[in-house]
Design a protein around this ligand. Sequence first.
Ligand SMILES: [Zn+2]
Length: 246
Amino acid sequence: MIIIDSHIHIGQWSELFFNYNSTVDEAIAVMKKAGVSAAVCMPADNEPNEKLLKETINNPNFKFYFMAWINPDDKSLDEFLNNNISQISLFKIHPSIQRRRITDDSYSKYLQIASEYKIPVVVHCGRWQEIASYKFCLEVALKYPYLKIILAHLGGDVPSIYLECASEVKKPEYKNVYLGTESVREFKFVENVIKTAGAEKVIFGSDYNLCLPQTFIPIIENIDIPIGDKELIFSGNILRLLATKV
Ligand SMILES: [Zn+2]
């Protein structure tokens, strides 16, 4: 089965993760060891977009898709997007690290670009409900009906949040909203999410360089769903999303 890891970080983190740093070569070794054949990579929060793009796009040793980190305070961001939009496959928005909701005005410009170029946007969703609730992403989905949004951590990282999120996103008005599995451990509840929201909405990711794909691949492998559904989760859904980019 083809496995694409749709959520990996490479490079330097801030004090948030104790300035931890990892290299592209380390990522390639970990992905290959886990049987992953391609990865969607984004910088860690203190790694420049430009540097990681150069190191990963057209890398001869591994297939990377590049996800740009959208920090509206990054003075070089607009120029970077202008110069490299054809090589950028996705955007990443992290409300908790940027300390503002995705509905904040500073994100509007980037959501419009994503909508126009059909670039899927991965949004960190977590337990910090005032800032990083999946509910703000659903507001954005109603405002930009053609924008593809992937809610990271299944929309909230803990069963009490992500089970509720799964039943919300199956509603027809959220047909362009997807769920990323990164860092979610509770396999029975992941199965529940897949059966509630539908396998065509769920996208496998590991959250490497913080977590390992080898930790999370067995969760999908061991869930009681048809093999075709596992193929969608491991590669089919993300490839379908990447194919629609303008
Ligand atoms: Zn992440």
